[in-house]
Design a protein around this ligand. Structure first.
Ligand SMILES: Cc1cc2nc3c(=O)[nH]c(=O)nc-3n(C[C@H](O)[C@H](O)[C@H](O)COP(=O)(O)OP(=O)(O)OC[C@H]3O[C@@H](n4cnc5c(N)ncnc54)[C@H](O)[C@@H]3O)c2cc1C
Length: 325
């Protein structure tokens, strides 16, 4: 079986950026992707706006112009990454989910499940770079009723919630953006944050401004210092700065963060930090398992503009290794 210098697992923005670097440094490599390219972004809410400007989402030095320098939407970003991957003619095998990685005498054997026919595929590589992100494993509230069917951890079309009573739980940009978009879809929105004021949340300034506009128009009701106590089929019991309430709602949308899926790396003996992410050398992004590297949101680099640069450190270390062989 052919043994590659490098297999990159995951063709999200950072896996693609790594692929471009690998190509430019003439490594013999392959990208394996469980879905289509940027599958995580495909699963983001329809029409979602990124909170970073386009130049911070660009990869491989390809310009990313947007009309009037607007923040790109999910659709515009997907179109951009598709064009870049096609222009680079990257060797991406889509719909091949890596299910298991084994160490062997010269590196690693990867076992993948190939869709749509559920056939097995095997690959060998001297080094592996895992860029599988964190999308797909949403944190859930640890309260009674958190697994009721009207408790959602993601949404697609805001219009589904037209004239519905929505409690959104979360103090980050995803929760803020959801509150804005659902209010604009004429849902009745409560936004439960754990901070004493909206200004103390992790919202980007433009998201905070847009929330506040809707608060002034009574289209979003903020609940500060909120603690969800119990979720029942037709109401949510919560404590907040405004008192203890039993809030009648149709849906609860919890956007309280994501955590990495450890199943691929744990069996290899990879060490994980307190944040649940794989520990790695900050210079090379190599884990404690020699030859196994991490990049992107799976490492600590949550922003694309940070991760796209730093994943180059892993590629450089892998290139040096291939050269000295
Ligand atoms: C709602 C939302 C808004 C965001 N807005 C911004 C923003 O404005 N600016 C910013 O910088 N960041 C933003 N982020 C974060 C940003 O999207 C991530 O940091 C970025 O997608 C990370 O890229 P990645 O390539 O590391 O991971 P991902 O984009 O998650 O890609 C991982 C890829 O790996 C694939 N994969 C997973 N497991 C396997 C497997 N076993 N085998 C093969 N393939 C696999 C997945 O299908 C996926 O395509 C946002 C995130 C969310 C959720």
């Amino acid at each position: 079986m052919h043994r590659y210098d490098l297999i990159i697992i995951g063709a999200g923005p950072v896996g693609l950026a790594a692929g471009i670097e690998a190509k430019r440094t003439e490594l013999d490599f392959l990208l394996l992707e469980a879905g289509t390219i940027c599958q995580s972004l495909v699963e983001y809410p329809i029409g979602m706006r990124f909170f970073s400007p386009a130049d911070e989402l660009a990869i491989g030095g390809y310009p990313f112009p947007t009309p009037h320098d607007e923040k790109p939407t999910r659709e515009i970003a997907l179109n951009y990454y598709r064009k870049v991957a096609s222009a680079e003619n990257l060797p991406v095998r889509t719909y091949e989910r890596v299910e298991r990685i084994e160490r062997d005498a010269e590196g690693f054997t990867l076992h993948a499940l190939r869709l749509p026919h559920a056939t097995q595929a095997q690959y060998q590589a001297r080094c592996v770079l895992v860029c599988t992100g964190v999308w797909g494993k949403e944190k859930r509230l640890q309260v009674e009723g958190a697994d009721l069917p009207h408790v959602l951890t993601r949404y697609d079309e805001p219009i589904r919630f037209w004239h519905r009573r929505m409690l959104i739980v979360g103090s980050g940009n995803s929760a803020g953006e959801a509150a804005i978009r659902l209010a604009d879809a004429d849902a009745q929105v409560w936004l439960a944050v754990d901070q004493p004021a909206l200004e103390r949340c992790k919202f980007r300034p433009f998201i905070l401004r847009e929330i506040q506009l809707r608060v002034d128009e009574n289209r979003i009701t903020p609940l500060t210092e909120a603690q969800i106590l119990r979720i029942q089929p037709e109401c949510v019991d919560l404590r907040c700065a405004q008192g203890v309430e039993s809030l009648p709602v149709d849906f609860v949308l919890t956007l309280i963060g994501l955590e990495p899926d450890r199943r691929l790396m744990e069996p290899l003996g990879v060490s994980f930090g307190a944040d649940g992410k794989p520990a790695h050398d900050p210079e090379t992004y190599e884990t404690n398992v020699a030859g196994l590297f991490v990049g992107g949101a799976l490492s600590q680099d949550g922003f694309i503009y940070v991760a796209r640069e730093r994943v180059g450190r892993a590629i450089e270390a892998i290139r040096e290794r291939a050269q000295n062989r």
